[in-house]
Ligand binder design. Structure first.
Ligand code: ATP
Ligand code: MG
Length: 649
């Protein structure tokens, strides 16, 4: 990852949205409190984190808050013992036993609600079942499931007995499952016959059967009957979930685990290359997720909170399961696609369950914009009070649309920057404390020392682009790449000794706001200037006819790199050469001649990871007329690449 040269920022965005008075009055954290927390964290970090850590239930208190002697391997809450499942369940039974923990809706419209009491019971039974299958402390368990409550049950059951889960997104292929089984040396796979997606059953068990041909470490497979489809059950290896739990005892005390006991492995999205098996441990991760969930989402006892991510991504781990359940929140979970049966499914769900907090991704927001305002406008969204975004930089125009059309101009937007590796949100507005600016994740949270630096590691002047780093360890940071500690050190800790390198570019403005400009790998190099692809994309998305854009560089003898734009138009707009010319002029007008696109290509879809992030590395190959290279296992749809090549003739 090159940090040779700084990045030039060209995006000009000056709109500001201060927190509204009514929101501030009820906020978990207001501006004065945020200031106090930030100052405290700076002057006495150990004291600050110790106080936050006391919000969790510990079986045995820690001896030291942080051990950072063996850099880059941090230990948090050293000597303390804890259990994540206990914190998410048992702790709530007295006061919230009958409160809804998970409100679930299947794609076909079936629904279920699990109270904290019921969830606790399911988890205890399944944890005993796991023990019966020979799974114990430190064993790895692959979870390859649809978005159903049992997925959370399986995760929490592993956590309860100290087994590490490795959740593999249900959209991945058999090969991806096998790779992850082998990398983690999983002993058990938990799956379902299938899951509903766009009106069809995704054949999860059949994929697992193929994967297990190539996963010698896996001994057993538990199968949930979700869709009533016929599956092959291999005698001696495969067992039905319902058979296992039928006679299992509902009494399963949570293991007292070391604070640093591994909680899970999760593979990154693979936007930039081969996915990394990120390892998180118990105490610090649980603190990071629950604390940020309380601060950033301003969670209250009666909120109905919906994070639309899949549990297979870090967002699902931290903000569907561990953070919200640790806080005793009511979580909405939806199984299927946002356009099944129609493009208004999300808005129907918001209205039906009176969702108060909605957390989704820019890729979804851009799809909603493309589908048209009539869908959200057909539903009552007045229950919403707070909106969140995660996964990619949000283009300012998409932010404004989200704010107006979904939030009715009244809901603050928290644009949350973080990574699989950081475990929890790092940079985000606190909605009752920080004025927002569309496209900026605003400021690091109290206790998080994120900075934008040049290649020497010195802070860059306001307005200049640089590299986003974190200068002090934080509780929910990853501990290593599972099975490859050398890669851990080389990837994150070799650019700046003792400092965590995020591999994202950013700039900080005169108010100290951070604007994440995307991955350092995606930066364009035009006539000696390093430009952010995201900024050129945001200029394109400003055009009323554009729904989504991906910008990449292609080799150019004169300029170093020329700019190639792949553009998806809004529904009902026809591509034309005039429009290409108009879009080039639009970029020049908004950014300057420096960013004049050399080529604009229209495309109905863009290559994305299965979590919906634009994969520019493939577009770079297409723009340069090269064969596609590098790991493609996380690409959502191979047909998209073939189509783009065809368009290229
Ligand atoms: P890989 O590391 O395998 O290439 P990935 O980086 O996409 O995949 P994730 O951990 O899911 O895997 O994503 C984290 C990245 O997503 C961040 O480094 C950043 O580039 C981007 N990102 C997430 N949230 C935001 C945000 N709010 N603003 C800007 N970028 C974001
Ligand atoms: Mg990454």
């Amino acid at each position: 990852m090159s940090t040779d040269k700084n990045i030039t920022s060209v995006l000009k965005e000056t709109r500001q949205f201060p927190p509204q008075t009514e929101f501030v009055a009820q906020a978990n954290v207001n501006a004065a409190e945020r200031e106090r927390l930030a100052e405290w964290a700076k002057s006495d970090p150990d004291g600050f984190w110790a106080e936050q850590g006391r919000s969790l239930h510990w079986f045995k208190p820690w001896d030291a808050v942080l051990d950072w002697t063996n850099v880059p391997h941090a230990k948090w809450f050293v000597g303390g013992t804890i259990n994540a499942s206990f914190n998410c369940l048992d702790r709530h039974l007295a006061a919230r036993g009958n409160k809804a923990a998970i409100v679930w809706e299947g794609e076909p419209g079936d629904t279920r609600t699990l109270t904290y009491q019921q969830l606790h019971r399911e988890v205890c039974k399944f944890a005993n079942a796991l023990k019966g299958l020979g799974v114990g402390k430190g064993d790895r368990v692959t979870i390859y499931m649809p978005m159903v409550p049992e997925t959370a049950v399986a995760m929490l059951a592993c956590a309860r007995i100290g087994a590490m889960h490795s959740v593999v997104f249900g959209g991945f292929s058999a090969d991806a499952v096998a790779d992850r089984n082998n990398d983690a040396q999983s002993k058990l796979v938990i799956t379902a016959d299938g899951g509903w997606r766009r009106g069809k059953v995704v054949p999860l068990k059949a994929n697992v059967d193929a994967a297990l041909e190539k996963s010698p470490s896996v001994q057993k497979c538990v199968v949930l009957n979700r869709c009533n489809t016929a599956v092959e059950m291999k005698p001696g290896r495969d067992v039905w979930w319902h058979d296992l739990v039928a006679d299992a005892s509902a009494d399963c005390p949570a293991e007292e685990l070391d604070s640093e006991h591994p909680l899970f492995i999760l593979y990154t999205s693979g936007s930039t290359g081969k996915p990394k098996g990120v390892l998180h441990t118990t105490g610090g991760y649980l603190l990071g997720t629950s604390l940020t969930h309380k601060w950033v989402f301003d969670i209250k006892e009666d909120d109905v909170y919906w994070c639309t991510a899949d549990v297979g991504w870090i967002t699902g781990h931290s903000y569907i399961v561990y953070g919200p359940l640790c806080n005793g929140a009511t979580v909405v979970m939806y199984e299927g696609a946002p356009n099944q049966p129609r493009e208004d499914r999300f808005w129907e769900i918001v209205a039906k369950y009176k969702v108060t907090i909605l957390y989704t991704a820019p890729t979804a927001i851009r799809a909603f914009i493309k589908w048209g305002d009539q869908h959200p406008k057909a539903h009552d969204l007045s229950s919403l009070r707070l909106l969140g975004s995660v996964g990619e930089p949000i283009n300012p125009e998409a932010w404004i649309w989200y704010h107006n059309v979904i939030g009715g101009g009244r809901c603050p937007i928290v644009d949350t920057w973080w990574q699989t590796e950081t475990g929890a949100i790092m940079i985000s507005p606190l909605p009752g404390a920080v004025a927002t600016k569309p496209g900026s994740a605003t400021k690091p949270l109290p206790g998080i020392q994120a900075e934008v630096v040049d290649k020497q590691g010195h802070p860059v002047p306001a307005g200049s682009g640089g590299f986003l780093v974190v200068k002090r360890p934080w509780p929910s940071m990853m501990r290593t790449i599972y099975g490859d500690d050398e890669r851990y050190k080389a990837t994150y800790w070799s650019n700046y000794p003792g400092v965590y390198f995020t591999a994202d570019g950013a700039r900080q403005d005169e108010d100290g706001y951070i604007w994440v400009m995307g991955r350092v790998d995606d930066v364009l190099n035009v006539s000696g200037h390093r430009l952010s692809t995201m900024e050129v994309e945001s200029a394109l998305v400003q055009h009323p006819k554009v729904a989504e854009a991906a910008v990449v560089g292609r080799p150019d003898d004169l300029k170093g790199e020329g700019i190639v734009c792949f553009v998806t138009l809004k529904q009902g707009t026809n591509p034309s050469d005039e429009l290409k010319t108009e879009l080039k002029a639009h970029v020049v007008h908004n950014i300057g001649a420096l960013a004049r696109p050399d080529d604009v290509r229209f495309s109905e879809t863009l290559p994305k990871t299965r979590s919906g992030k634009i994969m520019r590395r493939f577009l770079r190959d297409i723009a340069a007329g090269r064969q596609t290279t590098g790991d493609a296992t996380t690409l959502e749809d191979f047909a998209v690449l073939a189509k783009l090549r065809e368009d290229d003739e």
